[in-house]
Design a binder for this molecule. Structure first.
Ligand SMILES: Nc1ncnc2c1ncn2[C@@H]1O[C@H](COP(=O)(O)OP(=O)(O)OP(=O)(O)O)[C@@H](O)[C@H]1O
Ligand SMILES: [Mg+2]
Length: 586
């Protein structure tokens, strides 16, 4: 199927999200869409999938103009889409989810479901998807849930499959699996539209690349283009893919964690007697395969999750029993891993989100009144400083592009006074230019004497930022290393390899002695592992996200339900009314 977009324009009020975009997608090709945050990629795909109507332009299928008034039309024409935030029903089985929406078409629902189960099994077999039609979606790891979305599109006979940032939440092993599936589909004649901010992924999988900037196509290029070239095309300037920094000058320990233990409701030990400290002016990078307790550690440090043993102190003052709010007030800035759940209130404006936990403080409050000019001034400054692409400060944060939502959280947290910064996956979903900016800001905070913890599944990010690296495996720290450590040695520790004498680290790195954990297997063997940059000769493109080990939910482990709490940090009882007053008090 030949697909063509001709002159697509989509406006949201005065904002032109897509500005006369033309694009043609050939059969049996992987067409990558690159572009900075807010460039209009998701909007264009929403138009193509019939979720939004273009203001101008047309979609042409095999030479005939068509109009997609809903996804149903798009599906009928052979277009399938896997959204960045999956749209599966967790309590339904795979087959039920796949049938959802097509069921009504047939009167014999039951028969239809039986057919779907068979189709799921067939497709699963044909493409090596390994999806069990009877599994409950909520029991599946993220990578498999994504395959269910792919099966859903394939059952509907998609000839064009849209994947919007499919790798953002995958482990390296899951990403490789996805690429294998994508190549197989492509070889079978399916066209794939692939969106990612990870340049090396795009170089690895794309047959052709279209770059968008500020709603318009700025060019088309080949995957042989260098990361520097791609970055410059996307952002319109040269990007320093690896931010330079001076060696840390650590001061006294600011955050001290002793024997911290966190257990889940099911009795599982997520954090197992961890002890470490973070000193003023240093960045501790926490690396690890997803699901090894990093998320739970951060939540416990913020008081969002109870700890069953151990202590946390900030400048010698105990925070062990403090509420999340008290911890923020004590000087911890927090960038949560899940921005939509913990970081933002989507229905609140950008300017309200920029003061979420500060609205009752000076200068934003005087007495019980909000100081609106101060709030507006703060918003204007933060928006311009962090280059948040938004129609206006009054725009609901939920309508911003994914990367711009992340920037709002970073602007709020990095913009207020803090002694400790805990940032989990701080640059997930950000474009390369924004990653450069955020990395610079984090290093600046370090140089101002802030004690920083970065949890990242991107080894590149760990290397770019960390002054000291801790590797987590099954709730424990398997080793601390300095940032010159080879990636293979980190891989060994990430697979649960016992801490070795740093002297012998080099030897141990060559041949992992321990059978690698599933998520780490490819990390050790794959060519995608970046060479550890020698401190004196930084590799220029190491920050380009590539090796992903997100820790949203563990493979094989059902996501641990977080203790219920409101968006961001819930206000304490008795807080004066403010923009957060609508937050659920849980
Ligand atoms: N429903 C909406 N209402 C108002 N504005 C919107 C809406 N959807 C998108 N926009 C705006 O359109 C622009 C393009 O957003 P889009 O989500 O397409 O960007 P993107 O290229 O996918 O970015 P990212 O890489 O951050 O995901 C942004 O400025 C965004 O705020
Ligand atoms: Mg997007």
């Amino acid at each position: 199927m030949e697909l063509e977009l001709r002159g697509i324009t989509k406006r949201f009020g005065p904002l032109v999200a897509n500005d006369g975009i033309s694009l043609s997608v050939a059969p049996g090709q992987v067409h990558a869409l690159l572009g900075e945050n807010g460039a209009g990629k998701t909007t264009l795909m929403n138009v193509l999938y019939g979720l939004m109507q273009p203001d101008e332009g047309e979609i042409v299928v095999d030479g005939t103009p068509v109009s997609f008034n809903s996804p149903k039309d798009a599906i009928a024409a052979g277009v399938g889409m896997v959204h960045q935030h999956f749209m599966l029903v967790p309590v339904f089985t795979v087959a039920e989810n796949v049938t959802l929406g097509i069921e009504q078409a047939d009167r014999a629902g039951l028969l239809d479901r039986r057919r779907t189960r068979r189709e799921v099994a067939d497709l699963s077999h044909r493409y090596g998807l390994d999806v069990d039609p009877d599994a409950l979606v909520e029991d599946l790891p993220v990578g498999i849930q994504q395959r269910v979305e792919i099966v859903k599109a394939l059952v509907r006979q998609a000839n064009v499959l849209i994947l919007d940032e499919p790798t953002a939440v995958l482990t390296p092993a899951e990403t490789e699996e996805l690429f294998r599936i994508v190549r197989q589909l492509r070889d079978g004649g399916t066209s794939i539209i692939f969106i990612s901010h990870k340049l090396r992924e795009v170089q690895a999988i794309a047959d052709t690349i279209t770059v968008l900037r500020r709603g318009a196509v700025v060019g088309q290029t080949e995957p042989s283009a260098s990361a520097d070239e791609l970055a410059a095309m996307m952002v319109g300037r040269n990007v320093q893919l690896r931010v330079s920094k001076e060696p840390a000058k650590p001061g006294a320990a600011v955050l001290e964690v002793t024997d911290l233990t966190v257990r889940g409701d099911d009795g599982r030990t997520w954090v197992d007697g961890l002890s470490f400290d973070v000193r003023a002016g240093e960045i501790l990078g926490i690396a690890g395969v997803q699901g090894n307790g990093q998320t739970e550690l951060c939540e416990a440090l913020m008081g969002l999750r109870p700890s069953s043993a151990g202590t946390v102190t900030l400048n010698g003052r105990s925070l062990t029993r403090a509420s999340p709010r008290a911890r923020l007030r004590a000087g911890i800035a927090y960038v949560p891993e899940d921005r939509t759940e913990d970081g933002l209130v989507g229905s609140f404006s950008v300017s309200e989100n920029l003061i979420l936990d500060l609205y009752d403080r000076k200068p934003f409050a005087s007495g019980i009144n909000l100081n609106l000019p101060a709030i507006a001034k703060n918003a204007t400054e933060r928006i311009s400083e962090f280059d948040v692409r938004t129609g206006s400060p009054a725009t609901p944060a939920g309508t911003l592009s994914g990367g711009n939502q992340q920037k709002v959280i970073l602007a709020r947290e990095l913009g207020r006074e803090h002694k400790v910064l805990i940032a989990s996956q701080p640059t997930r979903g950000l474009d390369v230019g924004s990653i450069e900016f955020v990395h610079r800001r984090i290093i600046e905070r370090r140089d101002d004497g802030v004690a920083v913890i970065i949890v990242s599944s991107e080894l590149d990010e760990i290397y770019a930022l960390a002054d000291r690296i801790a590797v987590m495996y099954e709730g424990k720290i398997t080793g601390f290393r300095d940032p010159g450590v080879p990636a293979a040695e980190l891989g060994r520790l990430m697979a649960g390899g016992a801490d070795a004498d740093p002297e012998s680290a080099g030897a141990a790195a060559a041949v992992p002695e321990v059978a690698p954990a599933p998520g780490a297997a490819t990390l050790l063997g794959a060519a995608t592992v970046p060479e550890a940059p020698a401190p004196e000769a930084p590799v220029p493109d190491v920050t380009v996200p590539d090796v992903t080990v997100p820790d949203v939910t563990g493979p094989g482990a059902a996501p641990e339900p977080a203790p219920s709490h409101g968006p961001t940090l819930p206000p304490d009882p008795g807080d004066p009314p403010g923009p957060s007053a609508a937050q659920e008090e849980t």
